[in-house]
Design a protein around this ligand. Sequence first.
Ligand code: 13P
Length: 257
Amino acid sequence: MNRKYRKTIIAGNWKMNMLASEIKGFMEQLKENMPASRNCDVVLCTPAVMIPAMAKAGKDCKVYAGGQDVSKYEKGAYTGEISAAQLADVGAKYCVVGHSERRQYHGESDMLVNEKTKALIAKGIKPIICVGESLEQRENELTMEYVAYQVKAALSGIDAADLKQCIIAYEPIWAIGTGKTATSEQAQEVCCGIREVIRKKYGARPARSISILYGGSMNAKNAAELLSMPDIDGGLIGGASLKPVDFSTIIAASNQE
Ligand code: 13P
């Protein structure tokens, strides 16, 4: 982390878990365990139907609600889709985009991720753009090349003013839900590489100010070490964000200097 230049963000991605009726109890436990003073933005990205309840429950303790996906279209005959304006209207301040599970199970292309990112920016929602390599790519030493390509594709046509809205999350696919975390050195190396990609495209100042998160089996035990790395500005947390005590421990870990 480097708080002098950029925001620390601890974001939970609930994926397709929990019920709206469980939010109140979850938030009570989270509040009980959360450190009194915080140096980060806390976000919980829930299934879309739960965003209004999360936005309401998070108001008094400054936990922001986020979505997990968005349509690239503004509105119209797209049955089952949810627009950026609709997400904003029910209180989403952030939205995950290009998660590997969407890329893998729903065939999302880099171009679609780019269009969705632009749709979010247009409505004032902060996109959390996910990138990350497969195990095969890592073993073939293609990690940085592939991640750099994903970052550039996601940010295609986005200017420096709009980049200020964006957050990048480095999530190696082999670390997601596997309990196999990247080492802090591995995560730092790629997050630093992503910052270099931003520097080449936008210059030193935007590169210094963009928040880059790590995701992939981050938990209450390993968070402090990962967050101590200079280019890791927070976490995107799946499993551990479903447990209020673990999630609050990760939030507390981000308080370190
Ligand atoms: P886990 O923390 O469960 O590995 O999930 C990470 C993730 O995919 C967050 O988006």
